[in-house]
Design a binder for this molecule. Structure first.
Ligand code: ATP
Ligand code: FE
Length: 335
């Protein structure tokens, strides 16, 4: 069975073709990074215009690389949310048009759920693995930070989310105040690669309440103030500063996740979303977690359409779900 996946929730125009439960035939990503870089973040108006320009070309390229034609598609899976409405609509209209013209089923999927299935694609550690549930999932992306107990395919319980900012948001803002563009995560990672992660102290989490929730606004503000108040450090000791900030963020994520994994007695931990590409995060988990930790391939940590194709495939084959042509964009959508 061939599934075409379309992902346009943010600033990347992505189309993928997968076969059955996760074999990747093609995975095309047309990055818009250069168009947004100078603005220090994504400009929604630019994003939707670029999606409209790029989507046709990206679909054709994905089919070509997969060596299939439109007629070979059995299912069309598309991100319905969360994300920027103007961006989502471009992917949705493309998917609906194809579904209508080809008379093939359509399914709208949740982008966050998509990130989870990046762990189950070909080349990822959980591809075709058996006996892996319950699995604890940490979604750590540009807009979300949450802990999810995954009891089986498509069965989840949200344990806790961030009360304010996402981890990715904090690191992006830190980079912006250092004078760099978006996305900031890979830049901070590179700056701090050789740095001393314990040189500068940043606050840990202090709020009372659920141990499965996060909060990154305090750390974000501390980072911004530090940059503003210590131009000398920014000038002369940037590598240690970047490593220390990154380390503070990683420590919070790892501590809370490992604790939840122990509390719920899971068989493994899956870490997904853009920030899961981070080297320090991966190493820290590997060093401190008593439970196996799984990551997607680095290239599939950030947004891609293969994860969207697989999510749609699972909903269609396990639950028989489809969407009709009234399928609409939902900017705020939770798991
Ligand atoms: P969401 O999935 O929450 O809707 P999004 O799709 O914009 O948001 P992703 O593409 O999953 O987010 O991730 C982007 C985020 O990941 C950005 O904040 C970016 O800085 C961060 N990121 C990407 N690579 C790295 C890295 N190597 N280290 C740290 N952060 C990273
Ligand atoms: Fe994402």
């Amino acid at each position: 069975m061939i599934t075409l996946g379309i992902e346009t929730s943010c600033d990347d125009t992505a189309v993928s073709v997968i076969e059955n439960d996760g074999k990747i035939l093609s995975n095309v990503l047309t990055s818009q990074e250069v168009f947004h870089r100078d603005f220090g973040g994504i400009v929604p108006e630019i994003a939707s215009r670029k999606h409209a320009e790029l989507i046709g070309y990206t679909i054709v390229e994905a089919l070509k690389l997969a060596n299939i034609s439109l007629r070979d598609i059995d299912l069309i899976s598309v991100t319905k949310g969360p994300g920027l409405v103007g961006s989502l609509l471009v992917g949705l209209e493309a998917a609906k048009s194809l579904s209508f013209a080809l008379d093939k089923p359509l399914i709208g999927v949740n982008h966050l759920e998509g990130h989870i299935y990046s762990l189950f694609l070909e080349g990822a550690p959980l591809y075709k693995q058996k006996d892996i549930f319950p699995l604890l999932i940490l979604i750590v992306s540009g807009g979300h930070t949450e802990l999810i107990l995954m009891e089986n395919f498509l069965i989840y319980k949200v344990l806790g989310r961030t009360r304010d900012d996402a981890a990715g948001e904090a690191i992006d803002k830190f980079a912006r105040f250092l004078g760099y563009g978006y996305p900031g995560g890979p830049i901070v990672e590179k700056l701090g690669l050789e740095g001393d992660p314990n040189k500068y102290e940043f606050p840990n989490l202090t709020f009372k309440g659920s141990p499965y929730e996060f909060s990154f606004s305090g750390l974000k503000t501390a980072g911004v103030y530090f940059i503003q108040n210590h131009p000398d450090v920014v000038q002369n000791d940037l590598s240690n500063l970047a490593a220390s900030f990154e380390n503070a963020l990683v420590r919070i994520l790892v501590e809370r996740t490992v604790r939840a994994a122990t509390d719920f007695n899971v068989k493994g931990i899956g870490v997904v979303g853009g920030v899961s590409a981070n080297k320090r995060l991966r190493e820290t988990f590997a060093n401190v977690s008593p439970i196996n930790v799984y990551f997607p391939q680095k290239a599939l940590s950030t947004d891609n359409a293969a994860m969207i194709a697989l999510t749609g495939y699972l909903h269609y084959t396990i639950k028989g779900e489809t969407s009709d042509l009234t399928l609409d964009a939902i900017s705020r959508l939770e798991l």
